[in-house]
Design a protein around this ligand. Structure first.
Ligand code: ADP
Ligand code: MG
Length: 256
């Protein structure tokens, strides 16, 4: 896990809903060990793109490959098993469960012994549970949640809940992390903290990151590569400093 040697290759992906083309022949590549940002006005197709990549929606046409494996028609759990983890634009945690339990749920797909062995309290299951717990504690420390493991998630401030969500995705030991607006609704301090974490995920853990982000400053600071969508089409792409100057991008953002 976390070797970051697999590119994500999105080729000519189209997604149609009744009467609407949400994504229109979009292509992009996430190079291993990089942060790639998808930006664009509301309704541009950013979340739809994430939903295709994580198997929530199936593309009407086109292909998505990860590390050479075709995942265009795979269900969400198989895509996750290939090492692609995601967070959601709105928090999807169990508010009444502790941080620790939410993170342990995040490791579910890695559990080999399974519920029967665990229920019988077999030694192998107990050893496996201990290993998962140790890893959960390590990941919690990495995102700055070491002191909050026993706290019910619903009692935590919003910005801290977003870090729990990030930690839960990391618990799946992904090679690629999809982050949908990771700093939405956060204050300045929380944003800076999240930005630092995303850099650490890339540099210390070697995990590639694909993020959807509205905050331009954040995109310019974090992203190695940017793809710009507008009305479901890719209108620009490249290094952030180039994309920022692109006339088509400026027009899209000014609504001209
Ligand atoms: P963004 O995340 O860039 O704001 P979305 O990907 O959420 O944009 O939406 C792109 C377009 O697709 C919008 O017009 C949206 O209304 C439409 N859309 C998204 N999901 C669905 C769906 N499940 N059914 C119908 N239309 C959808
Ligand atoms: Mg969205």
């Amino acid at each position: 896990a976390g070797t970051g040697v697999s590119p994500l290759e999105v080729r000519e992906v189209t997604v149609r809903f009744a009467g609407l083309t949400a994504l229109d022949a979009v292509s992009l590549t996430v190079e291993p060990g990089t942060v790639h940002a998808i930006i664009g006005p509301n309704g541009a197709g950013k979340s739809t793109c994430f939903n295709v990549l994580s198997g929530v929606y199936t593309a009407s046409s086109g292909s998505v490959r990860f590390g050479g494996v075709e995942l265009t028609t795979l269900p969400a759990h198989k895509i996750a098993a290939l090492g692609i983890a995601r967070t959601f634009q709105n928090i999807a945690l169990s508010a009444r469960l502790s941080v620790r339990d939410n993170l342990l749920l995040g490791r579910h797909r890695l559990t080999r012994a399974g519920f029967v062995a665990a229920g019988l309290r077999l030694p192998s299951a107990r050893r496996e549970a201990a290993r998962h717990l140790a890893r959960v504690e390590e990941i919690a420390a990495f995102v700055g949640l070491a002191g909050r493991l026993a706290t019910p998630v619903g009692l935590l401030p919003y910005g801290v809940q977003k870090r729990v969500e990030l930690a839960r995705a990391l618990c799946m030991e992904p090679r690629l992390l999809l982050l949908d607006e990771p700093v939405a609704g956060m204050n300045g301090g929380e944003r800076a903290e999240m930005a630092g974490l995303i850099v650490a995920i890339k540099e210390s853990l070697g995990i590639s990151v694909l993020l959807v982000e509205h905050d331009m400053g954040m995109v310019m600071r974090l992203a190695d590569t940017v793809t710009v969508l507008d009305f479901g089409r890719r209108i620009a792409g490249g290094p952030p400093e180039e994309v920022q100057r692109d006339p088509a991008v400026i027009r899209a953002y000014l609504g001209a």
